[in-house]
Design a protein around this ligand. Structure first.
Ligand code: HEC
Length: 435
C-alpha cells in the first residue's frame, strides 16, 4: 500500500473527535422511561377521563408534577440530543468511520422519537394538546395521494376521539420500546465496528456532556415548566378551537412546508421530499468519498442545504407566523350596517385563524374564503356549513359555531360578497374594527 492510500485508509477509519453524546442519550432516555412507567400507573386513556387523571396526578400525587415534567422535558431533550448527535455525525462525516447500519438505525431512532413525542403531546387531552394535534394531522392530510389515508390510520377513523386516544397511547408506549431496541442495536453495531477502528472517542467528554444535559433538564422543569409539559389549563373541547393553536416545535416546519410547497407544487415537492428522505437514510452508501471536510463533499453539502430550507427555514417561518387573524379584509368603501355586522362576526369568531381572504391575513388551514363565491355556494349552504362543518367534511378541523341567525345571515352575505373582480378590498386591524 502506498503512502497516500494508507493515509486515506486511516482517515476513513478514525472517527473525528467531537462531542460524545452517547452517555447523555442513555441517561435522558432512562429518566424518561422511568418517569413514564410511573405516569402509566395514574393515566386513564379514555376521552372523558384522560385530562382529569393527569390533573389528579399533577395536583394530588406527591411529586406527581415533578415526574410529569421530567417525562415531558426528557422526551423533548432526548429528541434534541439525537438531532445534535446525528447532525454531528453528518457534519464530521463520521458515518464513514462506522458501519452504515449505525447511521441508518440512528435515523430510525430519531423518527421514532419524534413520533413518541408527538403521541405523548396528545395524551393530556387539554384544549391546547387537542387542537395542536388536530392541526398537525390536518397538515399531514394535505400530503398528496396518501395524506388522508395515513391520517385516518393514525386516528383510527375520521374523528379525533376515543379511538384515536387509545391509538396514540399504544403508539406512545410501543414506539418507546422501539427506541430502546434501536438504541441498543446501534450500540452493538457501533462497538462491533470499533474493534478494528482507531477512535478518539475516549478523549471526548461523554460524562460531562451527560451532566450538562441533565442540568438543562432540571433547569427546564424548574424555570420553564410549560415549555415541554402541558400547562393543563382546560380540558379538550372538540367543538371550539382556542384563539391560538400551538404546534409542538418539531412539527412547526411540517405545516408550513406542506401548505406552501406541497399545496403549490404537489408532484415536484413530494418527489423532492421523498428523494431528500431516502438520500439522508442511505447516505453512507451514496457518499463513499473518503473526504471528510463538509465543504469538499458536494452531495452532503446539498443535503445539508435542503435540510436548512425544508426544516430550519420552515420551522422559523412557522414560529414567526404563529399569529394570525390580526387583520381582516373588508370592502374598500363605506359599508352598510349589515356588511359591517357580517365582517364583525368573521372577526369575532376569528375565522382568519384558519382562512385567508384573497391570499391575505390568515393561515392556510382551510380554503381561501374567496372560493365560496367561485364555487357558487348558496347562502343557505354557507350558513349550514359554518354551523356544523362536520356534516359536510367529517374529519375537518373546522369547529362548530353557535351563531344567532341574524348574525349568520350577515356573515354569509359578507363571505359571498368577496369577489375581487367586482370590488376593491383592504385590510384593517381586527381589534380596531371590533370596537
Ligand atoms: C380551525 C380551523 C378553522 C376555523 C377556525 C374556521 N375554519 Fe372554515 N374551514 C376549515 C377547513 C379545514 C375547511 C375545509 C373543509 C375540509 O376540511 O375539507 C373549511 C371550510 C370552510 C368553508 C367551506 C368552503 C367551501 O366553499 O368549500 C366555509 C364556508 C368556512 N370554512 C367558513 C368558516 C367561517 C365562517 C369561519 C369562522 C366562523 C371558519 N370557517 C373558521 C377550517 C377552519
Amino acid at each position: 500500500m502506498n503512502k497516500e492510500a494508507a493515509n486515506v485508509e486511516s482517515r476513513m477509519q478514525t472517527s473525528n473527535s467531537g462531542f460524545d453524546f452517547r452517555y447523555a442519550i442513555w441517561t435522558v432516555f432512562s429518566l424518561t422511561i422511568l418517569s413514564g412507567l410511573f405516569l402509566m400507573v395514574y393515566y386513564i386513556p379514555q376521552f372523558g377521563q384522560a385530562f382529569s387523571s393527569v390533573e389528579r396526578l399533577n395536583e394530588q400525587v406527591p411529586f406527581g408534577w415533578m415526574i410529569r415534567r421530567i417525562h415531558g422535558a426528557g422526551g423533548n431533550i432526548l429528541l434534541i440530543l439525537l438531532l445534535l448527535h446525528l447532525l454531528q455525525i453528518f457534519y464530521l462525516g463520521d458515518y464513514k468511520a462506522s458501519r452504515p447500519a449505525a447511521w441508518m438505525i440512528g435515523i430510525l431512532a430519531l423518527i421514532c422519537t419524534v413520533w413518541v413525542n408527538f403521541s405523548g403531546f396528545f395524551l393530556p387531552l387539554s384544549q391546547s394538546s387537542f387542537w395542536g394535534t388536530a392541526t398537525v394531522l390536518s397538515s399531514l392530510s394535505a400530503l398528496p395521494w396518501a395524506g388522508s389515508f395515513v391520517v385516518d390510520f393514525i386516528r383510527g377513523g375520521k374523528e379525533l376521539g376515543g379511538a384515536a386516544l387509545l391509538r396514540f397511547y399504544s403508539m406512545h408506549v410501543g414506539f418507546s420500546a422501539m427506541i430502546a431496541f434501536l438504541l441498543l442495536w446501534r450500540h452493538r453495531v457501533e462497538s462491533a465496528g470499533e474493534l478494528n477502528v482507531k477512535t478518539d472517542r475516549q478523549r471526548s467528554p461523554g460524562i460531562l456532556i451527560a451532566s450538562i444535559f441533565v442540568g438543562l433538564l432540571l433547569a427546564a422543569i424548574t424555570f420553564a415548566p410549560d415549555w415541554f409539559t402541558d400547562s393543563l389549563k382546560e380540558t379538550a373541547n372538540p367543538l371550539a378551537n382556542p384563539e391560538r393553536i400551538f404546534l409542538p416545535w418539531y412539527f412547526l416546519f411540517l405545516e408550513e412546508t406542506l401548505k406552501f410547497l406541497v399545496g403549490a407544487y404537489p408532484f415536484w415537492s413530494m418527489a423532492a421530499i421523498v428523494i431528500f428522505s431516502l438520500s439522508i437514510f442511505f447516505l453512507p452508501f451514496i457518499d463513499r468519498n473518503p473526504e471528510r471536510t463538509l465543504l469538499l463533499r458536494p452531495f452532503p453539502m446539498g443535503l445539508g442545504a435542503a435540510f436548512l430550507v425544508l426544516v430550519v427555514y420552515f420551522s422559523l417561518l412557522g414560529a414567526a407566523n404563529a399569529r394570525y387573524g390580526e387583520k381582516i379584509i373588508i370592502l374598500d368603501r363605506p359599508l352598510s350596517t349589515f356588511e359591517i355586522r357580517g365582517a364583525k362576526v368573521y372577526a369575532e369568531k376569528n375565522c382568519a385563524y384558519c382562512h385567508q381572504v384573497f391570499g391575505q391575513e390568515g393561515r392556510r388551514e382551510g380554503p381561501d374564503m374567496a372560493v365560496i363565491k367561485e364555487r357558487r355556494r348558496s347562502p343557505e349552504w354557507v350558513k349550514r356549513f359554518t354551523l356544523n362543518a362536520r356534516l359536510f367534511q367529517p374529519g375537518t378541523t373546522m369547529p362548530r359555531y353557535e351563531i344567532p341567525i341574524d348574525d349568520l345571515e350577515a356573515l354569509a352575505a359578507y363571505l359571498l360578497s368577496l369577489d375581487s373582480s367586482k370590488e376593491r378590498f383592504k385590510a384593517v386591524e381586527r381589534k380596531q374594527f371590533m370596537d
